[in-house]
Design a protein around this ligand. Sequence first.
Ligand code: ATP
Ligand code: MG
Length: 280
Amino acid sequence: MANENLNYEFCDKLICDFEKVIKKPITKKSSVYYTGIDLGTACIVLAVLDENYKPVAGAYRYADVVKDGMVVDYIGAINIVKELKQEIEEKLDTELIYGAVAIPPGTDVLDGGAVKNVIQAAGFELTNVLDEPNAANNVLKIKDGAVVDIGGGTTGISILKNGKVVYIADEPTGGTHFSLVISGAYNMAFSEAELYKRDPKNNKELLIVLKPVVEKISSIINEHIKGHDIESISLVGGTACLSGIEKIIEKQTGIITHKPQNPMFVTPLGIAMGCTQKIL
Ligand SMILES: Nc1ncnc2c1ncn2[C@@H]1O[C@H](COP(=O)(O)OP(=O)(O)OP(=O)(O)O)[C@@H](O)[C@H]1O
Ligand SMILES: [Mg+2]
């Protein structure tokens, strides 16, 4: 790719390594472990890096404990983080001490520290609270352009200029809406529609049914990038996994749109990259 701004080499390698260690953790001892905890609306992801910030383990679980960035099931969230933590600790034969989290743009005041409390109650020493766009860009390393995080509950739009986030917004349309549309169109239960959607085999056929929702997301993007000079859009978040979604967005926005190999793990890894040994 001629555009150095859209070089996903670092990101793709990191994610590829992460996908491998989710299946087979690296048990060679590290002097310290850094954990990024992504408490999402649809999915909770733990990403563990070693002393050199290289992936060594990871685990994730689909859960309904957070809605649009707010913790709605506090005890449920703590239990899942505890379980995932323990699962990895057993595999690595170590204790995970340091953790970092991220909160979506704009939820800082509303959240009232719930996300932080979940992490601490699950047994982590909290070392950093990042905002999601900066976490994602720890991995994408984009200088100029828009990062669009299409998660489960929301779509987050951030605009970067010279490597700094200059604009952020979060709108309540995401993968959950995709599943609702599938559920209606195919007469399936929501949970069935969720699983059907995540199966890559079904992506092509689903894109036709889902086109209007993707167009809605595209118009949300257009709304927010209006007036900014955007040369490229990078998609992250689990919903960006849908194959072909980038083409519809590119057509509707008129801006070159790319995504890394597995967009779902960009933010969790970026949170882990922001983890330190300095307890807050
Ligand atoms: N292969 C796939 N195709 C389509 N959608 C997918 C795929 N894999 C995961 N998803 C969807 O991605 C969403 C989860 O993504 P992600 O983990 O980024 O969201 P989240 O962080 O939990 O949500 P939010 O950021 O809105 O709080 C779910 O809606 C899930 O159905
Ligand atoms: Mg998310």
